[in-house]
Design a protein around this ligand. Structure first.
Ligand code: ATP
Ligand code: MN
Length: 451
């Protein structure tokens, strides 16, 4: 902004106040950007003693005045105050957000006030910019945005980590000692919160070719890690006439697009993360956006891990699932950048993944990034009716439950692929925030559903 003779009005919340004999300075932030506006009350010019007394950190104000060149450092202009209204007071003795830096743990306990801090304001703005970018990316590529159900009867991942949805009187049943009868439940069967929209997305990819979902996902995994939430947002593209290498390319383009968008459209907030949260992050993200992603097969990854000489808490041998420590070694040490690992053993992956001719592996892919490990999981789907039926039987899954999924292979089947990107993992990756609880406004984790 430039100095000007026009009168401006600002409203927002006061971050800091400094009062001297002749002037009172305060900073107002309205959440539109990291930087607030300095407002100066020249006591020789305007007489506002009551307002100045009530003006405290955290209060909401409306101020008017002229923008003048600022003599102080840190800002080009400041508002020379002509009138000031304290809209909502904020008693300094009890306001939980004092000037000093609070720990993120403490701020989680006051999730109703944490968006008023620099860090959480910046996270919210980056999240917003990237949400919009998700839609832009797919809309520009002629994908159809698909809404998949939140309540579902199928366990897409077969991992059994689902939240039950019921209207049965569980307390009454427990008291009476009668068993739960799902056929008497609201939907006439057992239902759950979805762990993935993929199976439904496959239905629409089988007609519209390119679709994507972007919605909440629920997993009752009792893992208290810095990378897992019980409720998180996932983006799942699903593409017909697309094999594993086609979906690997889409995944790479998508991640790069999101990184570039954050650097370009949230540059002030990204500069903040660079100085205060993860030094060097903007430079390393810019480098990632310009490079190809490395690719290795699971078998090559196991080989690299075995030859690494590193000691892992979970020992490595062909057939084990990669743990976070293994993923981090591969991406941080071995490749030193993002890497796509493909062709995992079929025993550790979901039933729907396409089997390779070796009889041992499936066309799965995980995208691993430094600081986090897995950010994307995806695959080419099994499109052969016989192989898919056989696989369901092998795993003891009830074919009847999957009748419509099998129908897609019976009528006009095509090679198709897709993946899921965990939106909060992406925000962690882009901002450098260490704990996933701090990149979603209201985290749901074991034992915590406050706010
Ligand atoms: P992980 O091994 O890290 O638990 P996963 O293999 O269970 O992940 P997928 O089922 O492939 O993950 O889900 C796709 C993506 O969703 C993951 O790559 C990750 O980005 C994200 N994701 C999975 N589980 C969670 C969770 N509990 N909280 C937040 N994001 C998650
Ligand atoms: Mn998981």
């Amino acid at each position: 902004m430039e100095p000007s003779d026009a009168t401006y009005a600002v409203h927002g919340w006061v971050r800091t106040k400094r009062d001297t004999k002749s002037v009172c300075f305060f900073e107002v932030n309205d959440g539109s950007s990291l930087a607030g506006l300095q407002v100066t009350i020249d006591k020789a010019v305007v007489d506002l003693p009551d307002q100045i007394t009530r003006l405290q950190t955290g209060c909401s104000v409306r101020a008017t005045g002229r923008l003048v060149a600022s003599p102080g450092k840190g800002q080009a202009v400041e508002l020379l105050c002509e009138s000031l209204e304290i809209v909502g007071a904020s008693p300094a003795e009890t306001y939980p957000l004092q000037k000093k830096r609070h720990s993120f743990e403490f701020l989680r306990e006051i999730a109703h006030l944490r968006p008023r801090t620099n860090t959480f304001g910046a996270v919210a703005r980056v999240r917003n910019v990237l949400s919009y970018a998700v839609h832009r990316f797919y809309q520009e590529r002629d994908f159809v945005y698909l809404h998949t159900p939140i309540i579902t009867a199928s366990d897409a991942e077969g991992a059994g980590e689902m939240f039950r949805v019921t209207t049965l009187d569980l307390d009454g049943l427990a008291r009476s000692g009668r068993p739960v009868d799902a056929s008497l439940d609201f939907f006439g069967r057992a239902t759950y919160l979805t762990v993935s929209g993929q199976l439904n997305a496959e239905i629409y990819a089988g007609a519209l070719e390119r679709v994507y979902t972007f919605g909440p996902t629920f997993r009752a995994e009792n893992s208290n890690t810095t990378r897992h939430l019980a409720e998180f947002w996932m983006i799942e593209p699903e593409v017909a006439f697309c094999d594993l290498s086609c979906t690997m390319e889409l995944a790479r383009d998508f991640v790069v697009y999101l990184i570039r968008t954050a650097l370009e459209r949230a540059d002030d907030d990204m500069a903040f993360f660079d100085t205060r949260i993860e030094p060097g992050i903007t430079e390393s993200l810019a480098a990632v956006a310009d490079a190809d992603f490395a690719h290795m097969t699971y078998t090559e990854a196991i080989d690299a891990l075995e030859k690494s000489g590193a000691t892992f808490a979970y020992p490595v041998e062909w057939g084990v699932d990669l743990q976070s420590e293994h993923e981090k070694y591969l991406t941080e040490e071995y490749v030193q950048g993002p890497v796509i690992v493909t062709d995992y053993p079929k025993q550790i992956k979901a039933f729907y993944m396409k089997q390779n001719d070796d009889g041992k592996t499936v066309r799965a892919m995980d995208v691993l990034v430094p600081r986090l490990g897995e950010i994307i999981g995806g695959s080419q789907r099994e499109d052969d009716l016989d192989l898919l039926t056989e696989r369901l039987r092998e795993l003891g899954l009830d074919e009847k439950l999957y009748w419509w999924y099998l129908d897609l292979r019976r009528y006009g089947t095509v090679p198709h692929s897709g993946f899921g990107l965990g939106f909060e993992r992406l925000i962690q990756y882009v901002t450098g925030m260490q704990n996933i609880r701090d990149v979603i406004p209201f985290p749901r984790t074991p034992g915590n559903a406050d706010f």
